[in-house]
Design a protein around this ligand. Sequence first.
Ligand code: PLP
Length: 740
Amino acid sequence: MNDGKAYTGIDCFRFAAALLVIAIHTSPLSSCSAPGDFFLTRIAARVAVPFFFMTSGFFLISRYAKDNEKLRVFLRKTAWIYGGAIILYLPLNVYNGYFSGRHFLPVLFRDLLFDGTMYHLWYLPASMLGACLAWGMVRKMGLKKAFLLAGVLYLLGLFGDSYYGIAGKFSFLEHLYAEIFEISDYTRNGIFFAPVFFILGGIAADQTARAENGFHRGGKGGRHSAEIQAAEKPEQKRLSAKYFCGFGIFFLLMCIEGMSLHRFQMQRHDSMYVFLPPCVYFLFRWLSFWRGGRRKALRTSALLLYLIHPMVIVAVRILGKITGLQRFLIENSLVHFLTVSISSVFFAVLFAGLWDQWKRGQKMQYAPGKDRSWLEIDRDNLRHNAKALKKAMPQGCEMMAVMKAEAYGHGMYEIAACLDQAGVKAFAVATIEEGIRLRRFGISGEILILGYTDPARAAELHRYDLTQTLIDYSYSRHLNGQGCDVKVHIKIDTGMHRLGFGTEDEERLLHTFNMRRLHVCGIYTHLCVADSQKEADIRFTDRQIHRFYGLLERLEQRGVKLPKIHLQSSYGLLNYPGLPCDYVRAGIALYGVLGSSYDQTRLKLDLRPVLSLKSRVVLLRRIKKGESVGYGRTFTACRDSRIAVLPAGYADGLPGNLSGGRFSVILNGQMAPVIGRICMDQLMVDVTDAGPVAVGDVATLIGQDGEKEVSAPETAGYAGSITNELLSRMGGRLPRIAAS
Ligand SMILES: *Cc1c(COP(=O)(O)O)cnc(C)c1O
């Protein structure tokens, strides 16, 4: 799942696009063919920057993004890059006499906001402005209307760019554009140019998500996933071919457009064409079918290439002068282009490597949030578990990652984002609020609500494209009566007697399948003793399984096209592998632990714990034999002792009944028992035998430290509970930090 899912094609083309930008600035064909050069640098290479914008939009703009977290991160990052680039080019600015010009301050303001302080840097403010406009417009009016509005802006921009010849014929237009050019040298900027591409990126993301997560594929009810997969391959090829043809056609049209405009001398500048947006859109969609490994280095290098190449151009010029090779190095445009490109690539790759190393060094030095107690989330282990579970599933079966209760205390956002990147397409939550939050985070895959949602909230289910579980017949009728379309999965009660239709409810089920407003995309049941290896429990589970498949068969015989089916959660998969189905709802196993430490499972997978709980010694004190510690004076020292205070308590999710010597933490590589009662915010441990412990030392409360381990299932066991409960209570207050 990990491999084969990242957008390799898009990453690769970003690099190519950066080379195209170098071509724009070096005109490689100018010494052999003027028309060829015009075609390459004024038309073909113009797809490059819009492609960058669209890529940013693809990951940034979403109809669901109601909180602006992603936007803020994007703006902050781009602003840093912009700041760095401005400083990098300061010497050149000074050399060019930038600061001695008249109207220095207004010019600086204009450049900072629109044109960039160096000719190619306009891209960065345009990114920021364009992203803000696009994001705001999509949020206010939705994708479609925002696209139309951005289209109008683009149209306005066209007449200040390659269609200026037309605007020049009308004096009021000429005046209008003269005003515009007062504040920005071009219309190719963050207002007229960038937004439409950002929004196209958002549209592409939306459509990709929809294509991969169809609104029940193939008629009411959908089909089995094996069938779908088989059908999907040629379908994908067909689509990919379609986008490629689209790109070809629009590229050709754009060439004709550019040549004609050139011929009639319409152009003031040549960045904007009518056929450029569709051309870039089809190119992007076509490339998005090329999936594979992540190419992060390529991405960073592409950006660096873009940023530094003008510097390299200057350097090559100076080099030419010094060595007297001007004629060869500079006047031969092709050699010039190649020299600049190769040197730029060299430096970009070098800097990308250095940057990567620096970032890694940073991570180890700087650890915000680790001053009190914290949860460490190991995403490598999460990805590993997801992969291991996926491997254990039958072919065609997908993972449905269970995200309820803050992803079992691990942090819903971090976990969902990580799994989303790793290619997981389906998620399950317990409540509609959790579902809406996932959507707002930008998760575009299927989101199934496992529990009850008030039917009166059907409109929200629809708006956020959430899938609701039907818990019985009367609930289904209520939901159907709300007047809006809702995606649903039907729950079947096969013996747990919690939620679901009875297996004898065939007539009502048939009714439900035909309800006008309900789109049945799935049918499922839940096993209630799949964790047990006792003979009676195995018999019970077999009966549940049998009942479920029996019902499905009867429904099929009565003409129902079966939607997606699922019945196993973690233990279902581990103890009853190989059942034919479309999803496994993986919760606890995904987080790398079992419910309790005594459990044995038939499948033995290498699952690795994702969560650790750590805390820092804030105070050390000595007490005399006979003195007591904590509330209720439940602990009395039987010897002179050394006590450490850790700032973690039951309000942090550590069960209070771990008090009284039932639980030890790892400190300085030794086990140190918790003494006295665990308080709301603190606990005390006896470190008399733990060697040299100092204030500031890190204690491991759950997790591994060297040889020693305190596992979550063990800890849950001491507290008389199971891991699921222990973890899901964790972290209302604790910060979550990625393990390095
Ligand atoms: C919580 C839940 C799961 C996940 O269970 P795990 O044992 O954690 O894998 C699956 N299905 C339903 C209906 C659930 O409520």
